[in-house]
Design a protein around this ligand. Structure first.
Ligand SMILES: [Zn+2]
Length: 208
């Protein structure tokens, strides 16, 4: 079952997450399936705090193979000195995008859904997605990374393919808008769709 996505501002999105213990694997595997369904067709990465869980776990899709994997307790152990600025969106900040500088390559150490440890190099788009999701586990959002401030999504040119079809990114954007509208209609039946307001968490905010 798809889960509701936590929308900023919300304290769960700005608090550092805690590590996952091996005994939690059963719950994590279940959460993985729910998060995969939540992200389906609307994004390429989703971190646990975005579905209300303050744990060090995220999922990401390899855009070439479309395979979705879960990453438990990830750590970035090395980064390329070379960086690249590109536009990013976030499922928790609907309607906005930002230009963000990221390392072109990273080495990520993480545990998989069997709690097996991996240390793996990622490049380009995948490295960018993983750095974005890793930020979520430390409570860091696009607002803090944006090199030119937040930009309304509407300002982006539509990417259209040769056959006149939407690019995968534009198609995901269209579906995100649809899904968000449906989500808000469920939360506030009968009310017009509007940006979600702040939902303060029970604990005081810690960290940056
Ligand atoms: Zn995000």
């Amino acid at each position: 079952m798809a889960l509701p996505i936590v929308i900023a501002p919300n304290r769960i999105l700005t608090r550092p997450c805690r590590r996952v213990e091996k005994r939690e694997l059963g719950e994590i595997r279940h959460l993985f399936e729910q998060m995969r369904e939540t992200m389906q067709d609307i994004g390429v990465g989703l971190a646990a705090p975005q579905v209300g869980k303050g744990i060090r776990f995220f999922i990401a899709m390899n855009p070439e193979t479309e395979e979705v994997r879960g990453y438990i307790n990830p750590q970035i152990t090395a980064v390329s000195s070379e960086t690249h600025v590109a536009r990013e969106g976030c499922l928790s900040i609907p309607g906005w995008v930002a230009d963000v500088e990221r390392h072109l390559a990273i080495i990520l150490k993480y545990q998989d859904l069997d709690f097996q440890e991996h240390e793996q190099r990622f490049d380009g788009f995948m490295a960018r997605v993983l750095q974005h999701e890793f930020d979520h586990l430390n409570g860091v959002l696009l607002f803090e990374r944006a090199v030119n401030g937040m930009i309304p999504e509407e300002d982006e040119p539509e990417e259209v393919g040769e056959e006149g079809e939407l690019s995968p990114a534009a198609e995901r954007r269209r579906k995100r808008r649809e899904r968000l509208g449906a989500m808000q209609a469920q939360l506030h039946p009968g009310e017009p769709t509007q940006p979600a307001g702040p939902v303060p968490g029970p604990e005081p905010q810690s960290g940056a």
